[in-house]
Each structure stands twice: as C-alpha cells, then as structure tokens.
Ligand binder design. Structure first.
Ligand code: GLN
Length: 305
C-alpha cells in the first residue's frame, strides 16, 4: 500500500502547479501551494502515508460533516432535515442568490455555507463557547487526536473578513430559518472551520464513517449506522459542492472537501482517506487532491458504484 501511495503522489505532483490558494480568507494564502500528501486508515486501524502527509491545514468545510453528525446526535435526523434540505446544488458553496430562489425555502443541504451555519444554530450548548467546545471535543474523539486546536490566525482572518457568511446568516435570520444570536452562531462556524489538522486526522474520520460509525482503533461506536449512511450519501451528492456529480462519476467515493486544501473520503467497509493539496480549482476543491483520489480509486477499484 505504501508503495502505491508514494507512486500516486509522485505521478500527480505536477498538478500542484495548477490552481490557486484560497485568498478570500487572507491568512490561507500562507499555505504551502506545493504540498501534496495522503494518509489511508484501514478498518483494522492500520495507517499508510505518502508525500507531505505531515502538512498542517485548516479543516474548513470538512468540518461540515462533523457538525452534521453532532446535530443529528443532538436533535435526530428528522428535525435537522426540517431545517436544511438534502438536495445538491449547482451554485457555489457560498452562493447568496440560491438561498432566496430555491423552492425549499431553506438551505439546499448541510454541505454549503448557508446549510452549515444553520446546522450550528441547532447544536446543543449554553452559549457559543460551549457549542464550539462540544465540536472540538467530538472532533478530537473521531480523529483520536487530543491535541487538535484552532489556528488562531486563520480564525481571526476569517472572522474579520467573513462578510459574505454574515450576509447569508442575517438573511436566514430574517426568514426565521435560524434562531439565536447571528454573531455568536458565526463565531462558532468560523472557529470550526479553523481547526488545524493533518491528512491523518481526516483519514481517521473517513475510516469511522467507512466503518459505519465505529472507531477502528478502539471499537467505540460514536454514531449510529443509519446516521453514517445518511452522512455518506450527503457526501456523495453534495460533498464536493457543485462538482459533486463529476467527482461521483470519475472517483465514486463519498468525500468532503475544504478550502484549506483537504479532502476527507470514506470508502464503505474498506478505508478512510485524507488528502491535502492547498492549490484549488475554481469550485474551491483541491486539484492535486482530486487527481490523487482519482488514481487511487482506479488502482484499488474503490468506486462504490
Ligand atoms: N470557512 C470557509 C467559508 O466559510 C469554508 C468554505 C469551504 O471550505 N468551502 O467560506
């Protein structure tokens, strides 16, 4: 396995020259554009790495999977999906127009920003600190990494510049889609996006999902099998934003990307995969990360279809 991963990284290094770092969050331009790394976590808990797998990056939208799981644990799936839809989108992840024009009268799905901000409003907790601490605690549990924390510079940068997310949140407040204090909800959202990880951390989240909700390294169940099925389905249809269809056709693995350059993937009953490559395409997905997953899927026949 290690040899396969090393070959795939070398074959695809050229792609890091394409695309751009996310710059709408200024601090993200400090990422290493040339980095490309992968970690695979099997359902026996074995781990294989290649390339720049030690590169740290902020989790960004991969966190939307984590908060969706937590919201389902807190409220049950029926209540969660009364507040957000489960339909894919052809608009960008931070689209404003889509929120007013879609016929659901709520965010289309929990993987776009409007949906993820709504999900935060559903989480249990006395206040925003309490809510974020629950997210961090759950993230530490499903990565098996007690030292995870936020990158303060990225958090401050996004909080200072996140006016598009503010617009989405205030608009949803005006429609009574979200309840509570808008700035407090956004603060939790900005913090969850700023959790700093490596591809090993996200590979482990993928392995837990691939293993139907049980942590491979200690056999602890953290979420029901039914909930993981739902989450993996939403990852297939919405996880790569408005490129989810193409990704399903070419790669065929439930996955979630983030503008920090990470992609978390869960191959049911086989493995979790974490990749990092901060250079992004115009949809906000890692170019090198997609290429690496494409070759790995072909090589090991990982498509679920
Ligand atoms: N924090 C980012 C934002 O809200 C997350 C988006 C992403 O990773 N696509 O814009």
């Amino acid at each position: 396995m290690k040899r396969i991963l090393e070959n795939i990284i070398e074959n695809n290094r050229k792609w890091t020259k394409e695309g751009e770092l996310a710059s709408y969050i200024p601090e993200l331009t400090r990422a290493d554009k040339d980095a490309l790394g992968i970690c695979v976590t099997t359902l026996d808990g074995d781990e294989f790495y290649a390339g720049d797998y030690k590169t740290k990056f902020t989790i960004q939208s991969v966190s939307k999977v984590i908060t969706l799981m937590l919201a389902i644990l807190d409220n049950g799936k029926d209540y969660v999906f009364s507040k957000v839809g489960m339909e894919p989108t052809e608009s960008a992840f931070n689209s404003i127009i889509n929120l007013e024009t879609n016929t659901l009268r709520k965010p289309l799905n929990p993987m776009i920003n409007a949906g993820a901000i709504t999900i935060v409003s559903l989480l249990s907790g006395e206040n925003s600190d309490d809510k974020f601490n629950r997210i961090l605690k759950f993230t530490r549990k499903i990565t098996g990494n007690d030292s995870l924390n936020i990158n303060e510079q990225v958090y401050s940068s996004e909080k200072a510049t996140g006016n598009r997310n503010r617009a989405l949140a205030h608009f949803m407040k005006s429609l009574d889609i979200i309840e509570g204090d808008v700035e407090e909800i956004l603060d939790v959202y900005f913090k969850q996006c700023s959790i700093e990880v490596t591809c090993t951390d996200i590979a482990r989240i993928g392995a837990m999902l691939a293993n139907d909700g049980v942590l491979p390294w200690n056999n602890e169940r953290v979420i029901s099998r039914e909930a993981t099925r739902l989450v993996k389905t939403i990852m297939v249809t919405c996880g790569m934003y408005d490129a989810s269809g193409k990704f399903a056709v070419h790669i065929g693995i439930p996955a979630k990307s983030g503008v920090g350059g990470g992609i978390m993937a869960a191959v049911p009953r086989r493995m979790g995969i974490g990749v990092v490559g901060p250079a992004l395409d115009e949809k906000g997905n890692s170019i090198g990360g997609i290429k690496v997953l494409e070759e790995l899927s072909r090589e090991l026949d990982l498509s679920i279809f």
